[in-house]
Ligand binder design. Structure first.
Ligand SMILES: [Zn+2]
Length: 386
């Protein structure tokens, strides 16, 4: 197992990218955050369904032998897909036979998209359009000294319910768009998993640490029967929550179109508590909603993201002043203030446009936001200044 993860990590290191969008504009990361230990030998790569910790009737993934084989194949998907692409180009008999087998397998698991290749032609990343049913899988990360409690997990689900409920209602009322998010693991235990990590995830993750974590996440996701979940819920849109049992600054890793299929699975690393809150209150529903919209193609609107020009950020600050992509907290008399029981803010037409709703007129004053394709991040993460 360890060996496989190590290979997977190494393969991913070669082609991986990572990007983050910390929802907070200020303040700067604190001094002295914990350096992550980047030795893969220290990592326990065991991923187990929530059979012990689960509240509902657990349905641990045991699959038949063939399905288990498929899962293993998927665990090296980054490498294999590249091989498949090359094999197709060669068009050799042997490769052709292999491809047919692969296609057959993919057809079985990706409803609505005949092959994995077609799935990835959409450029949206694994989380596609906000109007498609989307499965969100929760992966609770237990650290050596810090393990998720049942109450904390329930708290996170409660916060999800508020944040995701807001997006659902807002999109329906304002944009006549039905949102269907499938994430409640009390209803379906297959939507939540635990992993054990014998090192601590820092509260503020640097770019280098993000890349390391992205590789770990790739390994975890490969152990989850996510294609079966797609089949079960008749969708090919799937995202992941990596949940950390302490305070920190949450962020999202997105797919970029020019980076091909290397990093396809999109997910958000979410902390239990907000590191910027003096009282270390729980992460807020607003941040959960903000990170969710990233998965569907929304950009950060605050200037410190440093992706667009100053002019664009000035316009966004004016036109979208209450957008949750601009700010997830407010300052009241200079005090950092968040809202634990509600989402405080809007999803403006500019954000809706990035999700794929509305035409280019919406961004006529903000040409840098114009999209050739909806609901995806154009370019490559390497072009971005993070
Ligand atoms: Zn963000």
């Amino acid at each position: 197992m360890k060996n496989r993860l190590f290979r997977c990590v190494m393969a991913a290191v070669a082609c991986t990218i990572l990007i983050s969008g910390c929802a907070k504009e200020e303040p700067a990361p604190p001094e002295g955050y914990v350096e992550i230990d980047t030795d893969p030998e220290d990592v326990d790569d065991t991923v187990v369904p929530e059979e012990e910790l689960h509240f509902a009737e657990a349905v641990p993934y045991t699959g038949d032998e063939q399905k288990e084989d498929t899962t293993v194949t998927a665990s090296e998907s980054g490498e294999d897909n590249e091989k498949d692409d090359k094999a197709s180009a060669d068009d050799s008999e042997e490769a052709d036979g292999k491809d047919k087998d692969k296609d057959k397998e993919s057809e079985e698991y990706l409803p609505g998209y005949k092959t994995e290749e077609e799935w990835k032609e959409r450029h949206t990343g694994s989380v596609s359009y906000i109007w498609e049913p989307t499965v969100i899988v929760s992966i609770f990360i237990d650290e050596e000294e810090d393990v998720w409690t049942k109450d904390e997990k329930q708290k996170i689900l409660d916060i999800c319910n508020i944040g995701y409920g807001f997006v659902d209602e807002y999109m329906e009322e304002n944009y006549d768009t039905d949102v269907e998010l499938i994430y409640d693991w009390t209803e379906d235990p297959e939507l939540a998993y635990s992993v054990r990590l014998y090192e601590d995830i820092p509260a503020y993750v640097t770019t280098e640490q993000e890349r390391y974590l992205d590789d770990l996440e790739l390994g975890w996701v490969s152990e989850i029967p996510y294609r079966e979940l797609c089949l079960k819920y008749n969708t090919s849109s799937i995202g992941f929550l990596y949940l950390v049992p302490h305070e920190g600054c949450s962020y999202t890793s997105m797919h970029f179109t020019d980076d091909g299929s290397n990093i396809w699975n999109e997910g958000s690393l979410m902390y239990l508590q907000d590191m910027y809150s003096d009282t270390l209150e729980y992460e807020t529903p607003t941040v959960f909603a903000h990170e969710l919209l990233h998965l569907f193609g929304a950009e950060d609107f605050y200037a410190s993201a440093e992706v667009f020009s100053k002019e664009t950020y000035d316009t966004l600050a004016k036109e979208c002043e209450d957008d949750i992509m601009l700010r997830t907290f407010i300052e009241v008399d200079g005090v950092y203030t968040t809202f634990p029981d509600e989402v405080y803010g809007e999803i403006t037409p500019v954000t809706a446009y990035l999700l794929g709703i509305g035409d280019d007129n919406i961004v006529k004053d903000i040409p840098e936001l114009k999209r050739k394709e909806a609901a995806c991040f154009p370019g490559s993460v390497y072009d971005r200044p993070f």
